[in-house]
Design a protein around this ligand. Structure first.
Ligand code: FCB
Length: 499
């Protein structure tokens, strides 16, 4: 078990076997509808006598979550909205990338996606039907500023205003991400995230969004997974902007981090009472064997996967081993200016953690696959990694409140002739990861909410529509939505506050 503070352990010792203490509530989740007595009812583990029920993925484990725990689901703009040319939306790097032949499986694009821009009312009703307490979505920068600069587009802002109002009307707390990878193409044309200027453009955009939506959004997230932009967009080249330029990659990381800090500063300048934090995909890294060389390689790997993004925000410094490894001539190392780390480390109100997979590192710095993978070949299914990463963040970075903003997997979902979609693999995955989450909370991790990736099937980047990650099945030709078996299960979890 990870070593947590004495206070946490004492608190843990005072708990009953299954109930966990109330965490700090996200603003607005008092509306979640899972409180008090209602939440405690019906949380017994399924009994051994009823073997058939006990072995079903729906089997109840008897683990109750803190009262007011925020149960949610997540999406992002380019992946669900469609309406690529509506109401003055400009082009993003993902429009360019997906329209470039050979970039996305099957030639799929986000032009229509799940047509959420036109069907958001139906989608809001489905969220209410599930009982969601919190919904994490992202705002499309090119809807707000077609070219990434200048006067904000009122029609774009109005869409998000209607969405936010619709969430409040249904008792769901909005959690909005400012940037989920859809950089205005016009900004890519002036250098994209390689350009320091783009971080400042981002702060202007953020300010426009705060001004327009501010009070309605209790929690803001700045940049979704800067690491993925670095690794997939600038090293692997299989995400927009589709480059393979190692020399640029870490400069991009720095400018994304700078943009994060500038947005935090912009929110504070508005005097807003809303909270803000980064959304980081963290990967617990383990040595593939017990040699000292594998341990050393794992340590550096962890630097590139986790500390490169956590340390500047929470410690005001980039990790020395990573900087050493990059070397003094790296564009990033040369691109850090006086004062940048002060901006990046401006205090945040929460940290959003996204967990999908562990990484096993070999002595020569390579990786191996240790656990079964999902339909996403990069994803090894390892629920204990969730516990490890949550407890590690709390141990190493202190008591910052945490939210899980993504966790899920793609499964081979098909619409049955009876009109249902059976996805037991998703239920088992979510149940096992939630058990790990429960254990982490019991061990003192200040976790306040959890969002399944994803609310609905969507455009999975370079995989197009092939991988289905949703609780809700989307029949793309008709845009009909069907709750999967996992969605029915999740509704029960939310209603009972218990797995
Ligand atoms: C995350 C992304 C999200 C989705 C999931 C599967 O890295 O943030 O948009 O693609 O992976």
């Amino acid at each position: 078990m990870s070593v947590l503070t004495r206070r946490h352990l004492l608190r843990h010792a005072a708990l009953s076997a299954s109930a966990v203490p109330a965490g700090r509530l996200p603003m607005g989740t008092a509306t979640a509808g899972v409180t008090g007595a209602a939440a405690t009812a019906g949380c017994d583990a399924d009994s051994e006598a009823d073997d058939e029920r006990r072995t079903a993925p729906e089997a109840q484990l008897g683990l109750r979550f803190p009262d007011g725990f925020g149960w949610g689901a997540a999406t992002s703009a380019y992946q669900i909205e469609g309406a690529a040319k509506d109401d003055g939306r400009g082009e993003s790097v993902w429009d360019t990338f997906s329209h470039t032949p050979g970039r996305v499986r099957g030639g799929d694009t986000g032009d229509v996606a799940a047509d959420h821009y036109h069907r958001y009312v139906e989608d809001l009703d489905l969220m209410r039907d599930l009982g969601l307490g919190t919904y994490r979505f992202s705002i499309s920068w090119p809807r707000i500023q077609a070219d990434g600069t200048g006067t904000p587009n009122q029609r774009g802002l109005d869409f998000y205003r209607r969405l936010v109002d619709g969430l409040h009307d249904r008792g769901i707390a909005p959690m909005a991400t400012l940037f989920h990878w859809d950089l205005p193409q016009a900004l890519q044309d002036i250098g994209g995230w390689e350009s320091r200027e783009v971080a400042y453009r981002f702060a202007d955009y953020a300010e426009a969004v705060f001004d327009a939506l501010g009070a309605g959004v209790p929690v803001w997230l700045t940049i979704n997974e800067p690491k993925t932009v670095v690794q997939n967009g600038y090293l692997g080249g299989h995400h927009a902007p589709g480059l393979r330029e190692p020399a640029a990659a870490y400069l991009v990381a720095h400018h994304l981090q700078l943009a994060h800090g500038l947005a935090v500063r912009a929110l504070r300048a508005t005097g807003s009472g809303s909270r803000i934090g980064p959304a980081l995909n963290l990967h617990p890294c383990y040595p593939a064997d017990d040699t000292p060389a594998a341990a050393a390689a794992t340590r550096l790997y962890d630097g590139y996967e986790n500390r490169l993004y956590l340390d500047p925000i929470f410690r005001g410094a980039y990790p020395a081993d990573v900087l050493d490894d990059l070397g003094p001539d790296d564009r990033m190392v040369r691109g850090i200016r006086d004062g940048d780390l002060g901006i990046i480390s401006a205090p945040v109100d929460l940290l959003a953690v996204q967990y999908y997979t562990p990484i096993y590192v070999t002595a020569d710095g390579g990786t191996i696959t240790r656990w079964p993978t999902s339909e996403a070949s990069w994803q090894q299914i390892f629920p204990d990694g969730m516990y490890d990463i949550l407890t590690r963040v709390t141990r190493d970075y202190g008591d910052v409140p945490l939210t899980i903003t993504e966790n899920g997997l793609p499964t081979p979902d098909r619409l049955g002739t009876d009109g249902t979609v059976d996805d037991p693999g998703r239920i088992a995955f979510l149940r096992d990861h939630l058990a790990a989450v429960h254990r982490a909370i019991a061990d003192g991790v200040p976790l306040e909410s959890y969002h399944v990736w994803s609310l609905m099937d969507n455009f999975e980047w370079n995989e197009g529509y092939e991988q289905r990650w949703g609780l809700i099945y989307v029949d793309f030709p008709t845009q009909r939505r069907i709750l999967k078996r996992s969605a029915h299960w999740y509704r029960r979890v939310i209603a009972q506050n218990c797995i």
